[in-house]
Design a protein around this ligand. Structure first.
Ligand SMILES: [Zn+2]
Length: 730
């Protein structure tokens, strides 16, 4: 193994010009997750769908010594090493079967011994939910469906916890610095669980009632969801306490599934499960969730606790983790800098070839990525305070009780909202209905609630306080129109804030809006949009009658053909608009603040299949009407994403840009399931930045960038995937 690997590692090491010491020589005051920027997780490929013990070629060359050498050569600042999956332990375990291909070798021992002289933190990956040997040896660990039939997943209230404690005790004995514990989900869809005897007994103890006998979406199912969430939290807290009791400085983080596209079935809430442990780890994947997923993931996870550290993982594969493909460097640069500029610590997951060796070209690219990240490290990290003008409001209650088993019903407006703020260069971050406070809302100059159908009374009261005190609020589509169990209600929960009565919700979703040629003092709401031209905003809509609000524009319902009225023609393809049924937008001054309600759902349209730029423009216009004078305004092409941070130096702002320019591509055979094309080129584009109060000094860190001073700011021409401007303000 080492014979084949070392020459290329040596070559890589020569290429690494270290700008600063990678690993603190002295004992660092801060734990590793607070001070390090980039690292890797390395695990083998080949046992994720089971493994025959006679397959001794599998992971034969999976070597902790070589993996640590590769970390040092690339500049990776920590290693998350594969310790245990569903089939095997990768160390000398007495309680789990050891991977046969390793022979006498022990990967955790090799890793710890090789890492120690370099102070490279070693974190061990340990899986919970992967089927495999625990369920074969202990069928009593299996979840049960409502009829008592086994589900091939671990019940989090089963005796598996005892086995997990035995495993972590074994691994702690090696002197490791942390655990990354993965897969705490309770399934990715039906059949749901768990109705095992343990769960039934615990449920009766907690609620004094038996479990529901079906997925009933009523009070009994509400208790069941609560029970599932609490089962997950209890499990996490128990193993966390066990580890901390034995080794208080051992870090513990759990892989997070409280984020879209995951919904209630997983058993995690966005906030409740985000920060059990020392920090939270989220995953992005352009392959699975689209090219906006790195940004979405970072802003979502960061919003769960803006004061806490968070990590996001990315990987090299074209389609997914284990596929052994490697994306081009520029594509991975875009992803890594998207995550870094939004404040994440970035871990690159590398899944090795079958025999456990390391892919030479992939490591050359990791080296280039880490080298650049570390050369730019003064511009990243937790000491930089992100500006988040817009708070994207996410309601887990809407996810659970409005969308229920069709999560896109809620995620479409959320995805559309995120796309709008990214393409419009409006700095944003998610804010949640869980554990919401007035102080948390006040972090944002505008709060935008896309399609948050369920707003509970305490949430509405906080939003009223926020706006009354000068906050600005944008709501769209079904926001506030459903009760806490997901049933439509006659009146909007936001009637006071919107300044209008809900007459009725439309039963159509191919609704249109139009704006007059002269919009008076609200004309800016329709900037850039053709006038007297109804355009599709596919999604929920309601007819509102203003009480104190000023109406603007027109909402139109769609035609229905005779065949459609007879139920003989589907409703998938949107119809053209017909009569006007109400105002398109309502603008209401409330206390010292202001509320804009868009009676249609242009964000749902953007997240769906028929969105148009006009949908996005309407939302962006509304956000700019609410906040006309942001502290920093970035104008750049829509393929560029920006982030603005303040500090840590006094009177200093940073504007980060990442460009996502991809060439045309063919569609996938199962269209429209298309993965994004790869970024292979460095684009050239212009950007304009304005800073309230003006700028004193501007520095672009890339030599090819040209900067020209302009009133209140500057313009620049950039020729790279990532650029950062360091701005000293007046
Ligand atoms: Zn159970």
């Amino acid at each position: 193994m080492r014979r084949t690997l070392l020459p290329f590692l040596a070559a890589l090491a020569l290429m690494v010009a270290l700008p600063t010491p990678l690993f603190a020589e002295e004992s660092p005051a801060e734990p590793w997750y607070n001070r390090l920027l980039v690292g890797m997780e390395v695990g083998p490929t080949g046992a994720q769908f089971g493994s025959d013990p006679s397959d001794v070629k599998y992971a034969e060359k999976f070597s902790g010594t070589d993996i640590v050498a590769a970390q040092l050569a690339t500049g990776s600042q920590y290693i998350v090493i594969w310790g245990k999956d569903g089939e095997y332990a990768y160390y000398d375990s007495k309680v789990a079967p050891k991977c046969p291909g390793l022979g006498d070798r022990d990967v955790i021992r090799e890793t710890v011994e090789a890492a120690k002289p370099h102070n490279l933190p070693v974190i061990v990956y340990c899986v919970v939910q992967a089927g495999g040997y625990p369920l074969r040896q202990h069928p009593e660990f299996k979840m049960r469906d409502v009829e008592g039939k086994p589900i091939e997943r671990v019940c989090l209230n089963s005796g598996f916890m005892g086995h997990l404690k035995d495993l972590v005790d074994e691994m702690l004995a090696y002197g490791i610095q942390g655990f990354h514990i993965d897969m705490l989900d309770q399934g990715f869809g039906p059949p749901y669980g768990c109705w095992c005897d343990n769960c039934r007994a615990r449920f009766e103890k907690d609620y004094g009632k038996p479990m529901p006998t079906s997925v009933s979406w009523d009070e009994a199912w509400d208790r069941m969801l609560e029970f599932r969430y609490n089962s997950c939290e209890r499990f996490e807290r128990e193993i966390l306490a066990h580890i901390k009791e034995r080794q208080p400085d051992c870090s513990v983080d759990f892989n997070y599934h409280g984020n879209p596209p995951f919904s209630f079935e997983i058993g995690q809430r966005p906030v409740q499960h985000a920060h059990i442990g020392d920090f939270v780890t989220g995953e992005c994947g352009a392959w699975g969730f689209g090219a906006l997923s790195p940004s979405f993931e970072a802003l979502f996870v960061r919003g769960t606790d803006p004061a806490a550290p968070f990590q996001v993982v990315m990987q090299r594969g074209v389609r997914m983790y284990h596929d052994q493909t490697t994306r081009p460097l520029e594509d991975m640069r875009w992803e890594m800098f998207s995550l870094l500029m939004h404040g994440a610590q970035v871990t690159i997951v590398d899944k090795t070839p079958f025999d456990g060796s390391l892919d030479r070209v992939a490591y050359e690219r990791y080296g280039a990525l880490f080298r650049e990240a570390l050369a730019k490290q003064e511009h990243f990290g937790r000491q930089h305070r992100p500006l988040a003008d817009v708070g994207l409001f996410f309601s887990h209650r809407t996810r659970d009780w409005y969308a229920r088993e069709t999560p896109r019903k809620y995620f479409d407006p959320v995805y559309g909202a995120h796309e709008t703020v990214v393409l419009g260069h409006l700095p944003a971050e998610f804010v949640f209905d869980e554990r919401l406070t007035l102080e948390r809302l006040r972090r944002h100059r505008v709060v935008y609630a896309p399609g948050a159908a369920i707003l509970e009374p305490e949430t509405v009261a906080l939003l009223e306080d926020y706006v009354r005190g000068g906050g600005r609020l944008l709501v769209t589509g079904d926001t506030g129109t459903h009760d806490r169990m997901g049933a439509p209600q006659a009146e909007s929960a936001l009637a006071n804030l919107i300044g209008a009565k809900l007459v009725r919700r439309l039963d159509t979703d191919d609704n249109h809006v139009s704006f007059p040629a002269d919009g008076g003092d609200l004309d800016a709401l329709a900037a850039g949009i053709p006038r007297d031209w109804p355009f599709l905003a596919r999604g929920a809509a309601g007819i509102y009658e203003p009480t104190t609000a000023r109406p603007f524009g027109t909402l139109h319902r769609p035609f229905r053909s005779v065949l459609q009225q007879q139920g003989k023609e589907g409703l998938w393809l949107p119809q053209s608009p017909v009569e006007a049924v109400g105002p398109a937008v309502l603008v209401n001054d409330f206390g010292k603040g202001r509320v804009v309600c868009i009676a249609a759902a242009p964000d749902t349209a953007i997240g769906g299949e028929f969105g148009m730029p006009e949908d996005r423009m309407l939302i962006e216009n509304a956000l700019r009407l609410l906040d006309p004078d942001p502290p920093v305004r970035v104008d750049a092409p829509r393929f560029v994403e920006s982030a603005v941070t303040a500090g840590p130096e006094p009177d200093t702002l940073r504007v980060h840009l990442v460009a996502h320019v991809t060439p045309p591509q063919n569609t996938h055979k199962d269209r429209p399931l298309t993965i994004p094309a790869f970024i292979e080129d460095k684009p050239i584009y212009r950007v304009s930045v304005k800073v309230a109060g003006g700028v004193k000094e501007i520095e672009a860190i890339t030599p090819t960038t040209t900067v020209t001073p302009a009133p209140e700011g500057f313009t620049a021409q950039v020729e790279d995937i990532h650029e950062v401007f360091v701005i000293r303000t007046k």
